[in-house]
Design a protein around this ligand. Structure first.
Ligand code: GLU
Length: 449
């Protein structure tokens, strides 16, 4: 059988075993398309069924989460933890609280996390969890009661050397605080069982900035590799959470001009650029007042708000999608390319639909896939774990240096395994292969389990 036939039969199997889970299929196929040709002449990986084993999570824990709202009504949500693979370290990955959360989404995220964590070079396996709970519009007390109920069940399956959750969409410092408090209350232990903690109780400096900064470091390395810089480049960013805001900050530092930000209702376009002052206002809007991005235009009249639209229609040199999965369609990708976009660095997880990825690769634009581009966040989570184990706190300068080194090392690995010619690196292929090798070799070493 050719590798193409093997990939086809693998896909059929994945589809049969995981019906109705399109996001999970998408993530697994995207990796498969890089790995099947790579392992064609490496029968040991094929005989050990590594790709089949990676696509079967170690386990999935599903549970009911009941809580009481401020009016005294009983509310019911569903909670999950997907423990995908712990070949190279304990399960590690965030928790997502969003009404769109399904098992398919958490399975794709846990699968991606396995490769991403491997790329960081730190000893972390892949996991992800969350709930269809919507924190938007809930009071702090409601969020606290939900988190306490969620942790009461999740607590059975996590531990500082077993599975270390963190934040993701809808889970920030407030939620991590409540989750940590409930874990401590249940176990009577103070351990580094969650990352993204407050600085008062074991958190790490630059954790909140790390994902956005990392995505821009990756972008900067790619652009430098073709002899250019970010200086003067017009940049479209989506999202307005911690990834988007710190990507904006770092892009500004490196001389770029960020002109868009968004939320689930629409986007703002500020042709004059979103400078440090405007960005501080956005951070306050999103983390303290928990308002909508449309309010930006009331404060800064140079901007325009586009209801229900995505920022990819705005002409830019570089795009950094930092909102959510599948936020760049094939049409969006065509628009970006038509307008002269030369690079895309994925701050969110799997923000480009497969057809959009195919177009970026076909056009040979600089494309950093999420598992490489946004690995800075989980990398600093790994550094938070190290600090917790050693009961120390590193200084900001040390952490900044470690983050930059890790992102550079990820860029270089992608280059090593993804170089297709003197002038072109397929970063997607490079990231998939580099992430795969370490996990696959560890699995081989552990035997058939
Ligand atoms: N949710 C983030 C990610 O997608 C961070 C996970 C973590 O810090 O464990 O990588």
């Amino acid at each position: 059988m050719s590798w193409q036939e093997k990939l086809e039969s693998f896909k059929n199997g994945v589809e049969k075993r995981n019906p109705g889970e399109p996001e999970f299929h998408q993530a697994v196929y995207e990796v498969g398309a890089s790995i099947f040709p790579y392992i064609e002449d490496k029968p040991w990986y094929q005989e050990a069924q590594i790709m089949e084993r990676l696509a079967e999570p170690d386990r999935i824990i599903i549970f009911r989460v009941c809580w009481e709202d401020d009016q005294g009504n009983v509310r019911v949500n569903r909670g999950w933890r997907v423990q995908n693979n712990n070949a190279i370290g304990p399960y590690k990955g965030g928790l997502r609280f969003h009404p769109s959360v399904t098992q398919s989404i958490l399975k794709f995220l846990a699968y991606e996390q396995t490769f991403k964590n491997s790329l960081t070079g730190l000893p972390m396996g892949g996991g992800k969890g969350g709930s269809n709970f919507n924190p938007k519009g809930k009071s702090n007390n409601e969020v606290m009661r939900f988190c306490q109920s969620f942790m009461t069940e999740l607590d059975h399956y996590i531990g500082a050397d077993m599975d270390i959750p963190a934040g993701d969409i809808g889970v920030g410092a407030r939620e991590i605080g409540y989750l940590f408090g409930q874990h401590k209350r249940l176990t009577k232990e103070f351990t580094g069982v969650l990352t993204g903690k407050g600085m008062e109780f074991g958190g790490s400096l630059i954790r909140v900035e790390a994902t956005g900064y990392g995505a821009v470091y990756m972008l900067d390395s790619m652009i430098k590799s073709v002899g250019s810089t970010l200086e003067g480049k017009t940049i479209c960013i989506s999202g307005s959470g911690n990834v988007a805001t710190y990507a904006t900050e770092k892009a500004n530092h490196l001389g770029g001009k960020v002109v868009t930000l968004s939320d689930s209702s629409g986007f703002i376009h500020d042709p004059e650029g979103i400078d440090a002052e405007k960005l501080a206002w956005v951070c306050e809007l999103k983390t303290v007042r928990r308002g909508r991005i449309s309010e930006y235009c009331d404060e800064f009249p140079s901007a325009q708000y586009y209801e229900g639209k995505r920022p990819w229609m705005v002409a830019c040199d570089v795009a950094i999608p930092c909102a959510t999965q599948n936020e760049i369609s094939a049409d969006d990708a065509a628009e970006l390319i038509k307008n002269g976009c030369i690079a895309v660095s994925e701050g969110a997880n799997m923000p480009s639909e497969q057809a959009a990825v195919d177009m970026f690769l076909e056009q040979k634009i600089l494309f950093a896939p999420s598992k490489a581009a946004n690995a800075g966040g989980v990398a600093v989570s790994g550094l938070e774990m190290s600090q917790n184990s050693a009961r120390i706190s590193w200084k900001e300068a040390e952490l900044q240096k470690l983050l930059q080194d890790i992102m550079l090392q990820i860029h270089d690995q992608c280059e090593k395994y993804g170089r297709e010619s003197d002038t072109y690196v397929n970063y997607l292929k490079g990231a998939n292969i580099a992430g795969f090798i370490k996990v696959a070799d560890a699995m081989m070493a552990h035997g058939i389990i």
